[in-house]
Design a binder for this molecule. Structure first.
Ligand code: AHR
Length: 493
């Protein structure tokens, strides 16, 4: 029928590894991203371990979050690490100038963040202060965290942590073209070289340096950074947000019609073109693909929920955000040779969050569930999939109705993620399995009756994956009927 899609999975031509760090999370000192969302302190009735909420940590552990990026974002380029170590009661209270002008108590500092990643079973990605900090301040922070000996290590021990911590990833500022200092690319490249010089890992350890990359389609930034600073770093970042209606964000996270659905999905699909363009520039200077592209901020950005502080970027999360997630995770599969890390913004209570909290209440968003469904992709091998899909169109926006990707997981099992972007009708897809003998298929589907279905504190299970029985395998062909507006993850046997 006209609504049928076809595809081929070439298991005989395995691609690169789908790096687990593509599932990195970002947690900034912003709104209730840290305070209340993760940290409640150990003097509160909300059950916690060393100050971090047990409910939220347990849910995040289910996602096997590989890496957490902290403390910003824009916050990072005004953050002075010394203000966040030592006796908590004596730490200075600052103003969070970027995010709502509220007070920042510095209660969560280096030791607390390292405790957070310990509890989550994740690795640390810390962004240093290039904006209004010195190279010396940055170098001392790195030494404080990682050094086995010396007075900074002694100070760390006096503050409660004798052993050095691992610091696998360090960001050299954030958005140096904007909140990180409004620098020109040439200047930012020089500054990056200079600051990178003083980030030194103790013998036998490694710190991967991530330079502040481009905003959206600014490929000339990438070109300058690659030309002038690539030899001093291991990765270049890229930030791209999906903002229906354009900047500044003003569309509701929940109250939208089909045009809002289509515009958002079309907007998020731009990630493909952006990565291709930045990668092409990187290929010119780094054909060996040594330098990663780290898409360390992505996701939807809507107007804040009614009644919330606009500076807190608190937004609800619907089935539409679930599709945004799967579309991006599929795009990253197609660019896994260069994209080794991405971080959705942000982990809890901010922008396209995994988790929303209100006092002691907590809810898992549709976005959380897609991350959970794609978990087998972590460090799996990408299997190329060619999809020939009918188009879905609404007003000025049109796109292939079916998005997909496939991997062979470390245990040898093949997983196929398929999404139907069309909110109006199911699509059937017939997938030829090349170089692959599978005889059975099981799976789960995430969908709902409404495009803007969401999980609330009162109805937390409206959008969550359930067993899927719309797929079968017959003589080397996989046939799947994807319900309208759905994300499906299949496991082949
Ligand atoms: O994620 C919110 C903000 O968006 C970050 O602080 C900044 O890096 C970006 O502009």
């Amino acid at each position: 029928t006209e609504d049928a899609a076809t595809a081929t999975i070439s298991a005989d031509k395995p691609g690169p590894v789908y790096d687990r760090r593509i599932f990195t999370q970002f947690a900034e000192h912003l709104g209730h991203g840290i305070y209340e969302g993760l940290w409640v302190g150990n003097d509160r009735a909300i059950p916690n371990t060393n100050g971090f909420r047990n409910d939220v940590i347990a849910a995040l552990r289910q996602l096997s979050v590989p890496v957490v990026r902290w403390p910003g974002g824009c916050f990072a380029d005004e953050y002075h690490w010394r203000e966040g170590v030592g006796a908590r009661a004596k730490r200075p209270v600052k103003i969070n100038t970027h995010w709502g002008g509220v007070t920042e108590p510095n209660t969560v500092g280096t030791h607390e963040f390292m405790e957070l990643v310990r509890q989550m079973g994740s690795e640390a990605y810390i962004s240093g202060n290039v904006g209004n900090g010195t190279p010396q301040e940055m170098a001392e922070w790195v030494e404080y965290i990682t050094s086995p000996a010396g007075s900074l290590a002694d100070e760390r021990a006096r503050n409660g942590h004798k052993e050095p911590w691992a610091l696998p990833y360090f960001g050299i500022g954030n958005e140096l073209w904007g909140c990180g200092g409004n620098m020109r690319a040439e200047y930012a490249a020089d500054v990056t070289r200079r600051y990178a010089t003083f980030i030194k890992a103790p013998a036998g350890t490694k710190i991967l340096k991530i330079a502040s990359g481009a905003n959206g389609d600014d490929v000339s930034w990438t070109e300058t950074m690659m030309k002038m600073a690539a030899d001093k770093v291991d990765a270049l970042s890229l930030h791209y947000y999906t903002v229906p209606g354009g900047w500044p964000p003003r569309h509701s996270a929940v109250d939208f019609d089909e045009a809002g659905w289509a515009e958002t999905l079309a907007g998020t699909r731009k990630m493909e073109e952006l990565i291709s363009r930045h990668s092409a520039v990187m290929d010119k200077y780094d054909p060996q693909k040594r330098v990663w592209l780290a898409v360390d901020e992505w996701g939807t950005w809507y107007a804040g929920d009614p009644g919330t502080n606009p500076g807190f970027l608190r937004q609800q999360n619907t089935l539409r955000d679930a599709l945004v997630t799967s579309i991006n995770l599929d795009i990253f599969a197609r660019h896994a040779d260069r994209v080794k890390m991405t971080a959705i913004a942000q982990m809890v209570n901010v922008l396209q969050a995994m988790i929303l909290t209100d006092g002691r209440k907590m809810v898992l968003t549709p976005t959380y569930h897609v991350f959970e469904m794609y978990k087998p992709y972590q460090d799996a091998t990408v299997l190329p999939i060619e999809i020939d899909s009918p188009w879905y169109a609404k007003d000025a926006w049109n796109m292939p109705a079916v998005s997909g990707s496939a991997v062979r997981a470390k245990d040898g099992k093949v997983h196929v993620g398929l999404s139907n972007l069309d909110p109006n009708k199911p699509h059937t897809i017939t997938v030829k399995l090349q170089g692959l003998s599978a005889t059975g298929v099981t799976g789960r589907v995430l969908t709902a009756n409404a495009m803007n279905a969401l999980n609330s504190f009162d109805a937390p299970d409206t959008v969550k994956p359930v067993p899927f029985n719309g797929a079968r395998i017959d003589g080397g062909t996989l046939s799947v009927t994807l319900p309208a507006k759905s994300v499906v993850m299949l496991d082949l046997q």
